[in-house]
Design a protein around this ligand. Structure first.
Ligand code: IMP
Ligand code: MG
Length: 175
């Protein structure tokens, strides 16, 4: 798998160090509040597992599965939800977790749906990676692991055609 990569962007130890800091920030911000973490599958699975084990707060975990890529490397802008019903988040502080903020279609569609169908006390989002580019939808994340160039990355949960999610680091795919 490694020979398919152009370069390693973040090693395992660099990711771990960044998650330590991110977890401290999130823990401070949500201390004393009813927190529900809503992880966007599949991309955020590994990030979620490593981040949440660093957050010593009572929290609820729910997942939402969406598809927005349909196999290519460019967002189609069409976001499909696999679950008709959203998890219960009324009266709770909700933190969305996603792997990467790219065009913004995915996060914007999820935020729009939650705002239309649920009544969370607050709604914030956390992404492992944020691509530095102009977004198709005006949306930003509240917590960011790393800012990256506009390149297609894989590993640590991120896939290309469902491969590479199990790489323990983040790398740029050869094009
Ligand atoms: P957006 O809707 O364009 O912001 O993209 C969000 C989703 O597209 C992410 O949750 C990823 O699943 C996928 N994605 C965007 N950029 C990349 C990338 O560089 N590598 C792997 N997946 C990506
Ligand atoms: Mg994907």
């Amino acid at each position: 798998m490694q020979s398919d990569l152009k370069k390693v962007l973040y090693r395992e130890d660099q990711i771990a160090a960044r998650l330590d800091a991110l977890a401290v920030q999130i823990t401070e911000d949500y201390r004393g509040n009813d927190l529900t973490v809503l992880a966007i599958l599949n991309g955020s699975l590994i990030f979620m597992a490593d981040l949440l084990r660093r957050i010593p707060l009572p929290l609820k975990l729910d997942c939402l599965r969406v598809k927005s890529y349909h196999g290519g490397t460019v967002s189609t802008g069409h976001v499909e939800f696999d679950h008709a019903a959203l998890p219960d988040m009324d009266g709770r502080h909700v933190l969305l977790l996603d792997d990467i903020l790219d065009s913004g279609h995915t996060l914007a569609a999820i935020v729009d749906t939650i705002r239309a169908e649920a009544k969370p006390l607050s709604l914030k989002s956390c992404v492992l990676l944020r691509k530095m580019k102009k977004r198709s939808r005006p949306i930003e994340a509240d917590y960011i692991g790393f800012d990256i160039e506009d390149e297609f990355v894989v590993g640590y949960g991120l896939d290309y055609q469902e491969r590479y999610r199990n790489l323990p680091f983040i790398g740029v795919l050869k094009t």
